[in-house]
Design a protein around this ligand. Structure first.
Ligand SMILES: [Zn+2]
Ligand SMILES: [Zn+2]
Length: 373
């Protein structure tokens, strides 16, 4: 082990802790014994990079290595001569923090077998209307899931029989092998890390301890929820195996687009078309609001398109508060189409009777100024 540790990991001496970790992960994946069975070279390489990483990930050890080179660590096994006193290299801990992360949880961990595995979290997508988001609602969802097997009560063994301790690993779920002064730990192949073996699997669940079944749940949706809200129902995910805790259920809410109302935070926007005559002479109109009622708006004579009216407190409720947003009504003024001959005549006459367009008069007088007409 006199090779340069930085070289082994393919990083330079100024590499950050993060870069070193990344380089190590990549190499460790590549040379992992589970992927290179019976390959002595890979195994040796794997041990070397583990050793190098073990030193370089630790700022104190790295500093010592930078100063003294590998001599600082050679013979550094527990009880060995020289090196770092008491700093034994236990690959079990490397497996623990790196490989559980890399290959997913629920591998047997050092420190005890896990026959009981936590059930998976479930995701359920639920679409609600804007009106439901406004008022809050209780939704009934049907989730494909699994529940604890009633026949074996989650144990996985046929009623009347019992799982027994794995003979290969004596219930530890892991096997240790001494190689030189390194201890290498692996998941037990006989029980897959569970530590127990079932002779007679339960027929109802094939030894899984859980069976597939749809679940019907009521989900309380608070008033004012927003698109993308995630509601967590603790313990309502999949059942664990062999009596392990259940996962959680996450309900992902999406709020359907409404053809009339557009939401912006707690405010609601709504565009209402009115006729040219209504805008010109003024009128009152009734507009729908999200509470299912109508609100009356008085449009003053001469109102222009784009004018906004604010209905205070008629917007969305703010979740877990008594506040409400506002509702904004924007009017658009429609240009009449499909006129009869009579209507056209009336409009021409109307035009002749005098100037009535404040904005366009201002606009054309500016054009005149610019071009000196
Ligand atoms: Zn069962
Ligand atoms: Zn075993």
């Amino acid at each position: 082990m006199s090779q340069d540790y930085y070289e082994l990991l393919g990083v330079n001496r100024t590499a950050s802790a993060d870069d070193i970790k990344k380089a190590f992960r990549k190499l460790a994946m590549q040379h992992h014994p589970d992927r290179n069975r019976d390959d002595k070279n890979a195994e040796r390489k794997f041990k070397e990079i583990n050793h190098a990483y073990d030193i370089l990930k630790d700022p104190d050890k790295r500093a010592a290595y930078d100063r003294y080179g590998p001599a600082a660590f050679e013979g550094g096994a527990p009880g060995g001569p020289g090196g770092f006193q008491g700093q034994g290299f236990d690959f079990g801990s490397v497996f623990g923090d790196i490989f559980d992360e890399m290959f997913g949880a629920n591998r047997g961990r050092p420190g005890g077998p896990r026959a009981d595995m936590r059930g998976q979290d479930l995701r359920f997508n639920l679409e609600i209307t804007l009106e439901q988001a406004y008022a809050g609602t209780e939704a009934t969802v049907r989730v494909p899931s699994s529940v604890t097997c009633e026949s074996c009560h989650g144990a996985g063994a046929e009623p009347g029989s019992k799982p027994h301790q794995c003979q290969t690993c004596h219930g530890r779920g892991r096997l240790r092998a001494q190689q030189g002064f390194f201890t290498v730990e692996r998941t037990c192949h006989a029980c897959h890390g569970v530590g127990q073996v079932i002779d007679k699997p339960c027929r109802a669940c094939a030894g899984q301890g859980r069976v597939r079944r749809d679940k019907t749940l009521k989900v309380n949706i608070p008033a004012g929820v927003e698109d993308g809200t995630r509601i967590r129902l603790s313990g309502e995910g999949e059942a664990g195996t062999r009596g392990g805790p259940a996962g959680d259920l996450y309900v992902f809410l999406s709020v359907r687009r409404n053809p009339l109302f557009e939401r912006e935070g707690a405010d609601i926007h709504c565009r209402v078309p009115i006729s040219m005559v209504q805008a010109t002479l003024g009128s009152s109109i009734d507009v729908p609001t999200l509470d299912g009622k109508m609100a009356r708006i008085n449009i003053p004579a001469g109102a222009q398109g784009g004018h906004q009216f604010r209905l205070r407190g008629k917007g969305m409720p703010v979740v877990r508060s008594t506040q409400h947003g506002d509702m904004y009504i924007e009017i658009t003024v429609e240009t009449p189409t499909n006129l009869t001959g009579r209507q056209k005549e009336l409009l021409k006459e109307f035009e002749k009777a005098g100037k009535t367009s404040p904005e366009s008069e201002g606009f054309f007088s500016k054009v005149k100024e610019m071009f000196g007409g």
